[in-house]
Unconditional design. Sequence first.
Length: 93
Amino acid sequence: MKQLLCIVIGLGIIVFCSTTLLKAEEKWQGVDEAVVQKIAREHGHEASKSLIDTSEGDVQLFAFLIAGVVGGFGAGYYWRVLLEGKKKPGDGD
């Protein structure tokens, strides 16, 4: 029961913070605009278009999906090693 309560409270905090951060995006510039582009302009360089444009469409979503699949497969394959420190049966070491 305590675990369920902690999970519900944790999810509530995450949802509250994420909605608050979505509103704050309009006010704050990212590191690229605030720092990198400013320093590049000081040294006489202008921003160039990125090689893979992830600002439009579902390219960024697809990249996160692939990263999640690869990470999930790796974590699942090495589950015992990651959490329990056990070796696979038949390793002989």
